[in-house]
Design a protein. Structure first.
Length: 255
């Protein structure tokens, strides 16, 4: 599915987009998707491995290059858009991916929906995409916040989140509002990202529940309409036809 097809499926072309920006987006789509994957893998290795020296320099260089690619893509599309102000206002998510590294892996979710090729009705396609974005974003949020909190907490005095397993356990407990309290961040940065995880979890759970509820409602509606238009007696049998003797309004036949 091309970028233009996705726009047609989910709505009108967004403000400021031209044929040139759509062509640029098609060219850059998969390079940016692979860059997002490279960023996630490299950052994971960088944090879990607690790298130093040459290894840290290599991972930092890869992370920087992925950032540069997102910057080039953003300003390339901005330069090709008309009017640029309208494009800027309608593509704040793209700006967020440039400024906030944590948002870049979200691009992988869109790539997944394209590979999966949801091509039924517009309604079911949109719900499928929302469900994938909801569940995928929750998992990515847990993964990324676990890495960030581990990076800040690992060497902090009095910290008890010292490895990635503990960080993931803490993140799952936090986003599901269980909150056992066995692991807690002690640094200011760790607590800030804990707040981000809590707020993001509430939003994502709401998206998932709303999407599932919408799908269930749509499946139930046609079933109810079918039964309403085809009434039957209990046991699925048709109502009996009255004979002439039992119907007083029907004239008796002549003998």
């Amino acid at each position: 599915m091309t970028h233009h097809e996705a726009n047609v499926l989910l709505g009108e072309r967004r403000a400021g987009e031209t044929e040139a920006t759509l062509k640029w987006s098609r060219i850059m789509y998969w390079p940016l998707s692979f860059a997002a994957l490279a960023f996630l893998i490299t950052y994971t290795i960088h944090v879990i491995g607690d790298l130093h020296g040459l290894a840290a320099m290599v991972t930092t260089t890869v992370i920087t290059l992925t950032w540069v690619l997102f910057i080039v893509d953003y300003f390339g599309r901005l330069a090709l858009s008309r009017p640029r102000g309208a494009w800027f206002r309608s593509h704040l998510a793209s700006l967020g991916m440039v400024l906030i590294p944590a948002l870049r892996p979200v691009r992988l979710l869109d790539a997944f929906t394209r590979v999966a090729a949801f091509r039924r009705t517009a309604g079911t396609t949109l719900r499928a995409r929302l469900l994938i974005y909801g569940i995928g974003s929750a998992l990515l949020l847990i993964w990324y916040v676990s890495l960030v909190v581990l990076q800040f907490e690992r060497h902090a005095p009095g910290a008890n989140i010292l490895n990635f397993g503990d960080a993931v356990w803490w993140a799952f407990c936090t986003i599901t509002t269980v909150g056992y309290g066995d692991y807690t961040p002690v640094t200011h940065a760790g607590r800030f990202f804990a707040i981000v995880l809590m707020a993001g979890g509430v939003v994502l759970v709401g998206v998932i529940v709303a999407t599932i509820s919408s799908a269930v409602t749509e499946k139930a509606a046609p079933s109810g309409a079918h039964h309403a238009s085809h009434p039957h007696h209990a046991g699925g049998e048709a109502p009996p036809v009255a004979d002439a003797a039992s119907d007083p309004s029907r004239p008796a036949s002549a003998h």
